[in-house]
Ligand binder design. Sequence first.
Ligand SMILES: Nc1nc2c(ncn2[C@@H]2O[C@H](COP(=O)(O)OP(=O)(O)O)[C@@H](O)[C@H]2O)c(=O)[nH]1
Ligand SMILES: [Mg+2]
Length: 207
Amino acid sequence: MIIKKAELETVCGVTSTFPQNDHPEFAFAGKSNVGKSSLINGLLNRKALARTSSQPGKTQTINFYHINDELYFVDLPGYGYAKVTQEVKAKWGKMIERYLKSSDVLKCVFLLVDIRHEPSENDKTMYEWILYNGFHPVVIATKLDKIKRSQVAKQVKLVRQGLGMEKDGILIPFSAETKQGKDEIWTLIESLMGNAPQQLEEAEVQE
Ligand SMILES: Nc1nc2c(ncn2[C@@H]2O[C@H](COP(=O)(O)OP(=O)(O)O)[C@@H](O)[C@H]2O)c(=O)[nH]1
Ligand SMILES: [Mg+2]
């Protein structure tokens, strides 16, 4: 996709009403510092549209980026940030759940995990939560440049097993440094843009 325009259109906090967008939405979830902002910037060829930070836990909002007046990237708040209270974590969780349940145009939820590590309990919970809300999570294993090529297959297996991924679940390794994985992610997004939302497809199957 050629990115002609990308702008932060809406920022939602815990008490906000979410926008009723007409264009397809693609959401990004993952723990703080996993590389979510770097992925969004990388996909959009921008250096700093989404804020990257070595201080995790700053993003406490759901940010809607409108791209080419055609689609949205939805940056969900990072979880697993140790320095916030249980109460704050619960509020973020509720906000994410409210979004997953309420969007009529959400096509796909990307779950980011660090390719170097075994997924955490929080990662597993998020994976199951996305499934529970009717979506098949697409896993992006970030920071691919930080491991040796010879380690990739082993780490991919560790992530797949750690999350308990479905057999046909999609996992794409990605590096914000080398941009490896970028074309694959865009191909997937473009293929889903014309589709009905997953939740609707499933509802139709049940009828
Ligand atoms: N080497 C490397 N560093 C990365 C990659 N992605 C993110 N980072 C670094 O990890 C830190 C957190 O990234 P950020 O995108 O802010 O994570 P977020 O909290 O999930 O939005 C920053 O210092 C980034 O430069 C990657 O693919 N490779
Ligand atoms: Mg971020």
